[in-house]
Design a protein around this ligand. Structure first.
Ligand code: SUG
Length: 416
């Protein structure tokens, strides 16, 4: 079986809530303490996966992590019963749903040992995300146990790493050697720069990448200050195409020049600030789209519905489709519950280029498996969560039972 791209989506967990935990992520701050709808959120995510399957794409899943994270609270000398409300919110976050932050992935054609390398992200900048990695590692060690993969532990927490959200790959096609771009931020602005260049460099070494085909690119401080807390809020790549806002990178000309030199057939689809101001790009998540190559060959952009509701963005899309640019089709998906925490279609997925036959089939889905997961979600996920009830024993029991039922359904007791 040839190497294909598989999108692994994080199933939205039963504790999904709005706690305003991510400074610099404007949606998270804006929606702090709103009532969340975990059941609707998970069903939205499942519908997005169905849309991917309908395009003929391969689809995988990652599971919600145990919440509250009792082990993490114990490491802090407390428990969910005794923790104050701020710490309890950090232990209850369903943030592992944003699988783009799970790991950085370098497909086999790019690595000197011919393995697909994955490094789990340490996510150390935000306390509520800093305790995801042990469970992410457990997932990846199961899903990618085959010798075709090498799974690495996170780089030391002194250097922040947020995974694939700050990493892009350009290649003539998925199974050809690519050019990998690691995008980092410089500290010093009003909002945290969550990706450190030393973390990116360490990952490139562990992944045995060709230094000649690996670029370390600074994200423009202006975009971080405007609320683009990850590169994937202002740029996305697929095959030989880089789709980016003109302000995405600190040194735009150098990045574009190097990509052109390194990749024959490189195509830039750039959106100017005059066409779509940075603020519109960030609120609509135009670039936090999944840019994919379905088997019919029509490169497709999977956008959140907020993009259709933003006039500058939708006008740009209509103009692009009417012209002869590389993006030939647009699919609109409703992931509003995730968007309200700053997570668009691209945040919800981790891309892995691999032979599906080498992956533990429990982590792969088809329509029928999604039907069964959706039925369980509709039955077991809380309908809504008011942020001031996060410590209620009844809610916690419901959340823990929901996850246990999902592990049972998917026969993944190793993750209990
Ligand atoms: O890390 N939001 C996530 C959103 C992650 C989006 N991922 C990508 N861009 N790839 C974050 O900021 C909000 C949680 C809260 O406030 O309750 C949150 O964690």
């Amino acid at each position: 079986m040839p190497l294909v791209e598989i999108n692994f989506d994080g199933i939205v967990g039963p504790s999904h809530n709005y706690a305003g935990l991510s400074l610099g992520n404007l949606a998270s701050t804006r929606n702090a303490f709103q009532v969340s709808h975990p059941r609707a959120a998970a069903l939205e995510g499942i519908e997005k996966m169905r849309a991917n399957l309908a395009l003929g794409l391969n689809q995988g899943i990652f599971l919600p992590h145990p919440r509250p994270d009792r082990a993490w609270l114990a490491e802090l000398g407390t428990s969910i019963e005794d923790a104050d409300s701020a710490l309890a919110a950090n232990a209850m976050s369903a943030s592992a749903m944003w699988a783009a932050n799970a790991a950085t992935v370098s497909p086999a054609p790019d690595t000197s040992d011919g393995k697909c390398h994955l490094t789990v992200a340490n996510l150390r900048t935000m306390p509520h995300r800093s305790h995801e990695w042990p469970w992410t590692l457990a997932h990846l060690r199961l899903a990618f146990a085959n010798g075709a993969f090498a799974v690495h532990v996170p780089v030391p927490g002194v250097f922040g790493d947020e995974g694939a959200a700050n990493h892009m790959r350009l290649a003539t096609s998925h199974d050809q050697p690519g050019v990998e771009l690691f995008v980092y931020g410089r500290t010093g602005g009003g909002f945290p720069a969550r990706q450190h260049v030393e973390a990116s460099k360490a990952i490139a070494r562990f992944h045995r990448l060709d230094p000649e085909r690996t670029l370390f690119v600074e994200q423009s401080p202006e975009t971080i200050a405007a609320g683009a807390f990850h590169n994937d809020v202002v740029a996305v790549a697929n095959g030989p195409v880089l789709f980016a806002h003109e302000k995405a990178f600190a040194d735009r000309d150098q990045v574009i020049g190097r990509c052109g030199e390194l990749l024959p057939g490189f195509e830039l689809v750039e959106v100017s600030d005059g066409e779509v101001p940075l603020t519109d790009a960030i609120t609509s998540y135009l670039f936090n789209a999944q840019l994919v190559s379905p088997p019919d060959g029509e490169m497709t952009l999977i956008l959140p519905s907020e993009a259709r509701e933003t006039p500058t963005v939708w006008n740009w899309i209509e103009r692009h489709l009417a012209g002869n640019g590389p993006i030939r089709r647009v699919e609109v998906v409703d992931v509003r519950q995730s968007m309200a925490n700053g997570g668009g279609p691209a945040c919800l997925r981790l891309r892995v280029v691999a032979d599906p036959g080498t992956i533990d089939p429990r982590f792969l889905v088809d329509e029928e498996k999604l039907d069964r997961i959706a039925e369980l979600v509709a039955r077991c996920w809380p309908a809504e969560i008011h942020n001031d009830t996060l410590k209620q024993p009844g809610l916690i029991r419901e959340i823990e039972a929901a996850r246990a039922a999902l592990l049972d359904l998917l026969q993944l007791s190793e993750l209990a």
